[in-house]
Ligand binder design. Structure first.
Ligand code: NAD
Length: 332
């Protein structure tokens, strides 16, 4: 099958090509982000393969369908960038990677916590400059902390298990509680209680209309003074302006983010020689108690290998008319 691969970085090209060795699909790689101006590149391809920031709104999906594309293979878990209703109407089927090393994202969330809590990012810069002073690097134990997990799905539960190993108390909020989380000693509480009691809050729920700005000025006002907020899920879960206000007032003690609402203009690109017009991200990275990573939580050998294998297998199933095990339907 002829497949247009959008937002293709060097590692996507290498690993998708490796996963495709036996399947033998005709992969056409494009650096470009998929949007109304680039959708023409997919003309004549039965399938496209896209990533988190590619735009799959009604306009793009209609252009895809008109050009003969009837399969969208997301090489990620989240599907918030796809208008599923429009896809269903247009007869465009959507598959995603439902599962790939949840350890990759959970461990990255823990890495952000440890770095912020023990000020590793500041120590790294100091010692490179020959400064071995400890002033300003006082950390705090994780042992005995209360950790609030929002979303106890695959990633949230792995995260919770790791934090439990540090001797943290686990509380969580999820619309669909998990017995596995409770078996590891965790307890479900209302969102307001989670916000008020947690020393660390980590977001692991999907971005939906319901979860958009789940962390807003109201939620932040409830937070324990000095709490740490970690977001490795989706940028839209957090009102970034409200977070900046909370960091400035000192209510929020630290922030670790791997995702950002406006990330599609920034992430996955080297902008180190450019003037970045986004004042919000520039303000965030100027704080000593903020760490931003550019959507790299998934980026481990194990996770990327699994993503490529599942994506190619889904395309093969579609080409052969077999059932699609990882199909996304309206409503999730
Ligand atoms: P999952 O589907 O296994 O778990 C999601 C959990 O969120 C479920 O338990 C679900 O019940 C819960 N949930 C749904 N709606 C909710 C709501 N309104 N309030 C509270 N909880 C709600 O998904 P997962 O594999 O654990 O992934 C979680 C998220 O992580 C994904 O949606 C994606 O956005 C993000 N992610 C980020 C990266 C990265 O590289 N940064 C990589 C993979 C996934």
């Amino acid at each position: 099958m002829k497949v247009a691969v959008f937002s293709a970085k060097r590692y996507d090209r290498e690993l998708l090509a490796a996963a495709n060795t036996t399947a033998g699909h005709e992969l056409h790689f494009f650096d470009d982000l998929l949007d109304p101006s680039t959708v023409v590149l997919a003309a004549g391809c039965g399938a496209i393969c896209v990533f988190v920031n590619d735009v799959l709104d009604e306009e793009v999906l209609a252009a895809l369908a008109a050009g003969g594309t009837h399969l969208v293979a997301l090489r990620c878990t989240g599907f918030n960038n796809v208008d599923l209703k429009a896809a269903a109407v247009l007869g465009v089927r959507v598959v995603r990677v439902t599962e790939y090393s949840p350890y990759s994202v959970a461990e990255h969330a823990v890495a952000l916590i440890l770095a912020l809590r023990r000020k590793i990012h500041r120590a790294y810069n100091r010692t490179r400059d020959g400064n071995f002073e400890l002033d300003g690097l006082l950390g705090a134990d994780l042992h005995g902390c209360t950790v609030g997990v929002i979303g106890t799905g695959k990633i949230g539960r792995v995260f919770a298990r790791i934090m439990s190993g540090f001797g943290c108390e686990l509380i969580a909020y999820d619309k669909f509680p998990s017995a596995d989380f409770e078996r590891m000693g965790g307890r479900y509480v209302p969102l307001r209680e989670l916000a008020a009691r947690s020393h660390i809050v980590s977001l692991h729920c999907p971005l939906t209309p319901e979860t958009h700005y789940l962390v807003d000025a109201g939620a932040l006002a409830l937070a324990k003074p000095g709490a740490i907020l970690i977001n490795t899920s989706r940028g839209g879960l957090v009102d970034t302006e409200a977070v900046i206000a909370s960091l400035k007032s000192g209510q929020l003690g630290a922030l670790g983010i791997d995702v950002y609402e406006q990330e599609s203009d920034l992430f996955f690109q080297d902008l180190s020689s450019s003037i970045i017009p986004d004042d919000v991200i520039q303000r965030l990275v100027s704080f000593p108690n903020v760490i931003v990573t550019g959507h790299q939580a998934f980026f481990t050998r194990e996770a990327v290998g699994a993503i490529c294998a599942t994506t190619i297998a889904s395309i093969s199933d579609y080409a052969a008319g077999r059932p699609l095990a990882h199909e996304v339907h309206v409503g999730g």
